[in-house]
Design a protein around this ligand. Structure first.
Ligand code: NAD
Ligand code: UDX
Length: 449
């Protein structure tokens, strides 16, 4: 479809979501300014250096910058002057009690109000609890100078890291939460080149759609992980169970992969925030508390499986293949690897991390408490256990004969059930996947788990 009208758009917050949003909207033909308080981040981007690893983003950024549709700034004044439509895409990190920290959103709302002298549409892109739109509106009204008209809208983002650009440009749906025809028309115009269906709702429903969607996907994963525990107990195969369930169109095959559970900067945080806001509103969302509990248990189960093979972990060399929370991203926020490494260190294990993109970010967390190696075989030398944590392509293609020779003990715990079809146990490996009959097989004369 054609772009109806070229709009001036500002995106506040140039992180995983803001940067992709800005670059993609520029690529649709809009005139975009991306703003971030982090001056060094903006300076790096200006030099053409992308602060995150996201496939396809760098090329698209450079293209749109060169073609004059995309620029960057660390001045909020610039951003408010520029954008008729202003996206708020700052972080909403979890507080210790699970509540979403909305101080960044409040800051931005205040700054926009102070600098605004004519109509603007303020769009929540950050994931926020229901009724945040009202708070944004109140804050704006409080700080705005004189009589300036504005609208607030909710346009939640459903992109996934690792496929963010494609997800943004080819979404399943676009949610437009508005309470004025002007806001609706602007957002329709903004997304006019995209073929996706648009659902128009009130602002609160749009906010709820985001929390409910992420929580539902997390629920699917925890559900299959619960089934995987039962599968282990009886010697069934959870992947076959998932396949059989997924063929029912009402259930669907996606997000039914059992393993070490979900991580990332969204699912864990958004499940917590949804539980918290529900509680504040007077509803005890016990179902989601179970979803979270099952997910936490999967991380503990990893340690149990490693111990099942090694008994004592002190001084054992455990190598994590993959530390990002999923493949094709450098993001380690909320990654299962972080909790697992902490637990391994508590047990006295020597931990080595291997990852094609995320080692620098992991180093910020663990400093010199663990070792970091790029090559999977080099890391595996004299290892007592390999734990497959992230299913990067590099870990799909493995010379297991070579691996067996270089490891101290041919022991693999497979957190993503990546090698299950290879029947590694019959090739001399002690191989422990998740939710499979392999666990029921006697290894070394002993029933595993
Ligand atoms: P991020 O931490 O990568 O980026 C946030 C950016 O905002 C940072 O660069 C930070 O410097 C900047 N910032 C903070 N305060 C600012 C201010 N006052 N003015 C300008 N910039 C400011 O976070 P993210 O992963 O991009 O997530 C942003 C929001 O989008 C969150 O609410 C998140 O839940 C939501 N979301 C994230 C994803 C994802 O996959 N990461 C997907 C959908 C929705
Ligand atoms: C998620 C949502 O999918 C996206 O719509 C939202 O905008 C942001 O949060 P993201 O966190 O980037 O996206 O990745 P996703 O592909 O959803 O995976 C999240 C986690 O769940 C990963 O740790 C992944 O390994 C895990 N997962 C996913 C499973 O354990 N099993 C599955 O079947 C699917």
């Amino acid at each position: 479809m054609e772009l109806k009208e070229r709009l001036d758009v500002s995106v506040i917050g140039a992180g995983y979501v803001g940067l992709v949003t800005g670059v993609a909207l520029a690529d649709l033909g809009h005139n975009v300014l991306c703003m971030d308080v982090d001056k060094s981040k903006i300076a790096e981007i200006e030099k053409g250096k992308i602060p995150i690893y996201e496939p396809g983003l760098e090329e698209l950024l450079l293209k749109n910058k060169q073609e004059g549709r995309l620029r960057f700034s660390s001045s909020i004044k610039d951003a408010v002057n520029h954008g008729l439509v202003i996206f708020i895409a700052v972080g909403t990190p979890p507080k210790p009690n699970g509540e979403a920290d909305l101080s960044y959103v409040e800051n931005v709302a205040r700054d926009i109000a102070i600098n605004m002298d004519s109509y603007r549409l303020i769009v929540e892109k950050s994931t926020v609890p229901v009724e945040t739109g009202e708070k944004v509106r109140q804050t704006m009204q409080l700080y705005i100078k004189g009589e300036v008209d504005f609208d607030v809208a909710s346009n939640p983002e459903f992109l996934r890291e690792g496929s963010a650009v494609a997800d943004f440009l080819h979404p399943d749906r676009i949610v437009v939460g508005v309470d004025s025809p002007k806001a609706r028309d602007l957002l329709f115009c903004l997304y006019s080149p995209l073929a996706a269906p648009i659902i128009v709702t009130d602002i609160k429903s749009a906010e709820l759609i985001k929390h409910a969607s992420n929580s539902f996907l997390a629920l699917k994963i925890s559900f299959i992980n619960a089934v995987s525990r039962i599968s282990e107990m009886v010697g069934a195969d959870v992947d076959k169970v998932a396949e059989g369930m997924g063929m029912d169109k009402r259930i669907g095959e996606r997000f039914l992969k059992a393993g070490i559970g979900y991580g990332g900067s969204c699912f864990p945080k958004d499940v917590d925030a949804f539980i918290h806001i529900s509680e504040v509103l007077g509803y005890d969302f016990n179902l989601l508390k179970e979803v979270r509990k099952i997910n936490e248990e999967q991380r503990k189960l990893v340690i149990k499986k490693i111990k099942e093979g090694l008994w004592i972990l002190k001084d054992k060399k455990v190598v994590l293949w993959g530390v990002s929370f999923k493949p094709e991203t450098d993001d380690v926020r909320g990654a299962p690897s972080i909790d697992i490494i902490e637990d391994l260190l508590k047990e006295g294990a020597k931990v080595v991390a291997v990852d094609p993109q995320a080692l620098d970010r992991l180093r910020e967390v663990f400093k010199d408490r663990i070792s970091y190696v790029l090559d999977k075989y080099e890391a595996a030398k004299d290892a007592d256990c390999i734990l497959l944590t992230t299913e990067w392509d590099d870990f799909k293609d493995v010379d297991f004969k070579k691996l067996k020779e270089i490891m101290s003990l041919a022991f693999i715990v497979d957190g993503r059930n990546l090698y299950k079809h290879l029947e590694l146990d019959s090739h001399g490996f002690l191989y422990l996947p998740f939710g499979s009959s392999a666990l029921g097989k006697p290894v070394g004369g002993k029933k595993i788990l």
